[in-house]
Design a protein around this ligand. Sequence first.
Ligand code: ATP
Ligand code: MG
Length: 304
Amino acid sequence: MNAVIEAEHLRKTFGELVAVDDLSFSVGPGECFGILGPNGAGKTSTIRMVYAFSPLSSGELRVFGLDIARQARAIKSRIGVCQQENNIDPDLSVLQNLEVFARYFNLSAAEATRRSRELLRFMALDHRETARAQELSGGMIRRLVMARALLNRPELLILDEPTTGLDPQSRHQVWERLEELRAEGLSILLTTHYMDEASRLCDRLIIMDRGRLLVEGMPADLVRRHVGRDVIEVADPPEGLPAFLQGRGTVFESLGHRLIIAIEDGRDLYREIGERFCGSGGCVMRTATLEDVFLRLTGRDLRE
Ligand SMILES: Nc1ncnc2c1ncn2[C@@H]1O[C@H](COP(=O)(O)OP(=O)(O)OP(=O)(O)O)[C@@H](O)[C@H]1O
Ligand SMILES: [Mg+2]
């Protein structure tokens, strides 16, 4: 089947600044695809090109097999977008926010209201239909923006940080709705800073940094390939530990007050560290996660 998104050598510059640099990826039908990266990595710049909001500086981009430069209108009508910033009308009611937006899609007034109500139910907002949007909590506003992105029954849903700032209840609510939508065959492109979100939702993802692609793959494969299975963390590592690890050829990362060892099978080492080195600070062994991959590839330095 044809790819929903085919991006080849995408580049986006703002004056001297290269926000997206030679980025290639493709998203298949029904796939949930994630773009991960530190602040300023170029995630938003990338997806803005995909929903034809911002022109490419160079490269090629096809969505639904159509060229973004020449067929932007046709592409936009088949996409739903949740931008990073919530851009609702605070003075309109919850329902009106959807009805007004529905006008862009040539729905009759009756159909617009029917569809809006259906989506408010879907996003668990029907009980607030008459409230003014400015009275909603952050989680509710995010769900309203998602409902709005679904008005035109898109084939591709694009979400820029769908759950940033939401409480655990709202995040799980959003995840479940997205899983339902994916089960119905919707293709999804999302960005997130939450590695648990990416692991749960994304079939495949890329990690980018400073505009460039670092890796692409399925979440579990990336963890296996770049970190391994186990991670041992030692708090306030005793003095002899680094030398001991170096002596047995074990690679580790030292953060000063914390020492981190990524290892395929950590059971024996964990036992030995526990017996010989784990004093007051304590040590734990846990399963490696996408967050370990992310930090390993993008480093621990702050970006902004
Ligand atoms: N309209 C613009 N004009 C100038 N520079 C921009 C513009 N939009 C983005 N940039 C710059 O491009 C780079 C990438 O920004 P972008 O918003 O794509 O990053 P991001 O990965 O979405 O970051 P975040 O995780 O913080 O949302 C940054 O250095 C940013 O300052
Ligand atoms: Mg962004």
